[in-house]
Design a protein around this ligand. Structure first.
Ligand code: SAH
Ligand code: SF4
Ligand code: F3S
Length: 473
């Protein structure tokens, strides 16, 4: 038998890339590759890249430079592939800028990795002839991707991402995703359910259904019926073993009443909703082609809160979009004040080649962007700290995910994705524990386990009757 070859995949960017990296690893596992934790001892290095902002896109070149240097120092040759959204956006340009790259493969073509690697190997050290595969293929990559092995599922822990929808048709004027990922496509319901059944069988308890515009999901089920995200969530939550469901990223325009009702009716749907708004100014929202105004956003927040009173929101913001005035920015601050977020990502607008906003008048100077992002982040940080502080004394169900820093500790996640440190044995990983939150710090919560699936017999009278019902249901 030939020795297994070592594979190192590094992902940048969003959850779709994390998922894709796992599927690349699963694909190559069938061709004799085993995963390794460092680039240094890998035979094949895949950089799974992100093009969303200039800084993210440039990271790949610094990483390629570093790789090249360590290869030279060690006097060894590794095969290097650039995958993901920079691969799609820049294609052959990458080969010109970084000669150490053997292979460039876009996000819709990575099911072809084994044959592309074989082609690259056949070309040997003739690096001028690097391979580029960035067509959007007619076939669906998902039809060709092998499922993960049980060992791979177990290694990845009790939470998993599942891509249910790819691409985006929204064309926000600042955004590269419609170009790098292509048109919006929803995977068929049966395929998704099969994938989740397999994950649950391997010990997964929480799935996050992902897509760039996930609440635009419309897949067909076995009976040829059109199924929206709310119905998909319901079906996923019924799979034995699955205790929690999340979805991300959603667009305000696609928060329909059925999905809002799912937040009311389904305890397994976690009460934490990432709903990017980008700006609080109607003028800027229109220029961004977001297809909604601030009033619609407020209305959705209100409806979701009415359906699920313990819901918390997170969001994405861009400051310094072309034409953004002090007044527009004040509208964003005002929206944040009015809604109150438990978490958020905020970015300075980054001009992206080929997008409509890149050639708009009124590009905002860097120092103005910096001042605005500081003010916005200070406000969002205060809101997050206040939300976390208010969790002291609350009782949460925590999914125990992994060992903590010190022996005897585990780290789990609250319904709001906060890290929670508890004392528990490693055997409890993958179970739900009922935790009274005692301490809150900037990075995590900590608390005492008072019951739960693993601890049912161990904590005697403290165990809550409600909890035991839930666990058995
Ligand atoms: N599909 C999601 C987000 C995709 S990208 C949505 O519609 O909200 C993730 C985030 O990156 C975006 O929400 C936006 O806040 C940010 N982003 C995208 N393009 C950007 C750009 N050109 N400059 C700065 N931030 C950007
Ligand atoms: Fe980009 Fe807009 Fe699509 Fe989100 S909805 S991926 S921001 S184009
Ligand atoms: Fe980045 Fe592509 Fe995701 S551009 S954010 S990796 S879809």
């Amino acid at each position: 038998m030939t020795e297994p070859r070592k594979l190192y995949v590094r992902s940048f960017g969003c959850q779709m890339n994390v998922y894709d990296a796992q599927r690349m690893t699963d694909t190559l596992a069938g061709h004799g590759y085993v995963e390794t934790d460092t680039a240094d001892d890998a035979d094949l290095v895949i950089l799974n890249t992100c093009h969303i902002r200039e800084k993210a896109a440039e990271k790949v070149y610094s990483e390629l430079g570093r790789l090249r240097k360590s290869q030279e120092e060690a006097g060894r040759r590794q095969m290097v592939a650039v995958a993901g959204c920079v691969a799609q956006a820049e294609g052959a340009e990458i080969l010109k800028r970084a000669r150490s790259v053997d292979l460039v493969v876009g996000p819709q073509s990575y099911h072809k990795l084994p044959e592309l690697i074989a082609q690259a190997e056949a070309r040997g050290s003739n690096r001028r002839a690097g391979i580029v595969e960035t067509e959007f293929p007619v076939e669906d990559k998902f039809d060709f991707l092998p499922p993960p092995s049980r060992a791979a599922i177990a290694k990845r822990g009790p939470t998993a991402f599942v891509t249910v929808q790819e691409g985006c048709d929204k064309f926000c004027t600042f955004c590269v995703v419609p170009y790098t990922r292509g048109a919006e496509v929803s995977r068929p319901v049966a395929r998704i359910l099969d994938e989740v059944i397999r994950l649950a069988d391997g010990g997964v308890r929480e799935v996050t259904l992902i897509g760039q515009n996930v609440n635009g999901y419309h897949g067909v089920d076995a009976g040829g019926r059109d199924v929206g995200l709310a119905e998909l969530v319901r079906r996923v939550a019924q799979i034995p073993g699955i205790a929690r469901v999340r979805y991300t990223t959603s667009h305000p325009r696609d928060m329909d009443d059925d999905l809002i009702a799912a937040h009311r009716d389904m305890p397994a749907l976690m009460p934490y909703l990432h709903l990017p708004v980008q700006s609080g100014s109607n003028r800027i929202l229109a220029a961004m082609n977001r297809r909604h105004d601030r009033e619609l956003f407020f209305a959705i927040v209100e409806k979701v809160r009415a359906a699920r009173p313990d819901i918390a929101f997170s969001s994405d913001f861009i400051v310094g979009f072309p034409g953004e005035t002090d007044e527009d920015f004040a509208d964003t601050m005002d929206l944040v004040e009015k809604v109150g977020f438990a978490g958020a990502f905020s970015f300075k607008y980054s001009s992206r080649p080929g997008t409509p906003a890149a050639s708009m008048d009124g590009q905002v100077p860097e120092d103005v962007k910096s001042a605005r992002i500081h003010a916005l982040q200070a406000l969002l940080d205060r809101q997050k700290a206040a939300f976390d502080a208010a969790c002291r004394g609350r009782r949460f169900e925590i999914l125990l995910e992994k060992p903590g820093r010190f022996p005897g500790q585990l780290i789990g996640r609250s319904p709001y994705l906060q890290s929670v440190v508890v004392e528990a044995p490693v055997e409890a990983i993958g179970t739900l524990a009922l935790v009274d939150v005692r301490e809150v710090s900037t990075k995590s919560l900590s608390g005492d386990i008072i019951g739960g699936e693993f601890f049912a017999g161990n904590v005697g009278e403290k165990r809550s009757a409600r909890q035991s019902e839930k666990v058995e249901a």
